[in-house]
Design a protein around this ligand. Structure first.
Ligand code: URA
Length: 433
């Protein structure tokens, strides 16, 4: 088989066979296919698409390109959750302990921030001492002891995806439904859970800007999960505005703790309860209504914040910060941005707000940039809220004063105003099973 012929076939719009896809992924993994041929095929896939059978074959080949976790020795049903990425999306920090507090094993591997979107691992590393780089043995020992683990992808899970993702990032081939679906699902399948809940974001802060695209991605991923023998469901949730008010690593940890304690923003709380309820439902804890009650109970009983403190301590973190979030370090520079005019907030460029947080130091411009865990912003108003000229729109936080002015300018460009009332977007659009 020749890579040249595989590229040619896809360029002409034909479906590749399973053997051709496996040949490609093997070549990516062992380095025998050069980067220029990998990117040529990725561009052809981006332009010509893939059938469901091709997407499944690509996913399974990538899932099997490295380590795969066998969670069979752990008790009960294991449920995983994945978000396609958003701004202010700290749901894993809330939902994973909620579900574990209700007796369902959550052995979770999370990623780092990607472009304008935050990553759970970077957020967790804002907790002093917290270790996200667990070995396989430490990962299993933590799950056995606490029923939950929140690790980074320290093992060699789906290395073919890692290589392909980096090349897609550099060649404008990220926005392809089959490539995104295969990338996400290869890691989920390699991570071993037998039930998977997908949180597919749609709106200006997500990779899928339209509801149609989000639906297409959700359907593709659910089909792959089911095809691989993992019970899979997806919720399509809103990312036309950031989730909650906090964006930035420590700020998001503090907001997540507030929600775990029954406080915090209502939109974040609602989405977390729904996600937790659907995970509990996948774990066969009862009807969806009953699972909603269990999710609420995890918060009301205090079991969920206790579970979060427990997993933080189990992974080497200092739980004193979870018990008293005021202990977290604060940014040196704090700057309030006010509304340039009166009116109703008509829309937010949520990707732009994510970029603002990144410019303040909360994310990476380049892969080796060091994150400022105290940086980010707290919104004081969101879509549909009425604001008066001069009223605070957000507070920006950074350790580097020089970054504040350009971030402020960027932030102000992210809002449009209307003289007439605006409807709040729905938080959850639909469920795909
Ligand atoms: N997240 C992933 O892991 N892969 C993609 O392709 C997009 C988002």
């Amino acid at each position: 088989m020749r890579m040249y012929d595989v590229i040619h076939k896809k360029k002409d719009g034909f479906a590749l066979t399973e053997a051709e896809i496996q040949f490609f992924v093997r070549g990516v993994t062992d380095g025998s296919v050069p980067d220029y041929q990998i990117t040529a095929l990725l561009m052809a896939i981006c332009l010509k698409g893939m059938t469901p059978a091709e997407t499944t074959a690509l996913t399974l080949a990538m899932a099997n390109s490295g380590d795969t976790l066998d969670l069979g020795g752990l008790p009960g049903i294991k449920v995983d959750k994945h978000s396609t990425g958003g701004v202010g999306d700290k749901t894993t920090l809330v939902v994973a302990p909620m579900v574990a507090a209700m007796g369902v094993t959550v052995a979770k591997m999370s990623g780092r921030s990607l472009g304008h979107t935050g990553g759970t691992v970077d957020k967790l590393e804002g907790i002093p001492g917290f270790n996200t780089g667990l070995t396989m043995e430490e990962f299993f020992a933590t799950v056995r002891r606490t029923g939950i683990c929140l690790s980074g992808q320290s093992m060699s899970l789906a290395p073919a995806d890692k290589k392909i993702y980096a090349l897609r990032d550099a060649t404008a081939t990220i926005e392809s439904i089959p490539l995104i679906a295969a990338s996400i699902m290869s890691k989920k399948i390699a991570a071993g859970a037998n039930r998977i809940l997908l949180d597919v974001k749609t709106g200006s802060g997500s990779f899928m800007k339209t509801l149609d695209d989000a639906r297409g991605l959700a359907k593709a991923m659910v089909a792959i999960g089911e095809g691989a023998g993992r019970k899979t469901a997806a919720l399509i949730t809103d990312m036309s505005a950031p989730l909650g008010f906090a964006i930035g690593n420590i700020l998001e940890i503090q907001e997540a703790i507030a929600v775990l304690r029954g406080e915090g923003p209502e939109d974040l709380r609602h989405v977390c309860v729904e996600l937790a309820a659907h995970m509990l439902y996948l774990a066969e804890k009862g009807t969806i209504e009953h699972c909603r009650k269990l999710a609420e109970e995890a918060i009301a009983s205090g079991k969920a914040p206790e579970k979060f403190a427990e997993v933080v301590a189990a992974q080497g973190g200092d739980r004193a910060y979870i018990d008293d979030p005021e202990r977290f370090p604060k940014a040196k520079t704090v700057c309030v941005v006010t509304a340039p005019q009166s009116g109703y907030i008509q829309a937010m460029d949520t990707e732009g707000i994510g970029v603002t947080a990144l410019m303040l130091g909360a994310g990476r411009e380049k892969p080796d940039d060091i994150i400022d865990h105290t940086a980010g912003l707290i919104l004081h108003a969101k879509t549909a809220d009425r604001v008066e000229k001069g009223q605070p729109l957000a507070t920006l936080y950074t350790s580097d004063e020089a970054k504040a002015d350009t971030a402020r300018e960027k932030f102000l460009k992210c809002f449009t105003f209307s003289d007439t009332p605006v409807e709040k977007p729905p938080l959850i659009y639909c469920e795909i099973t």
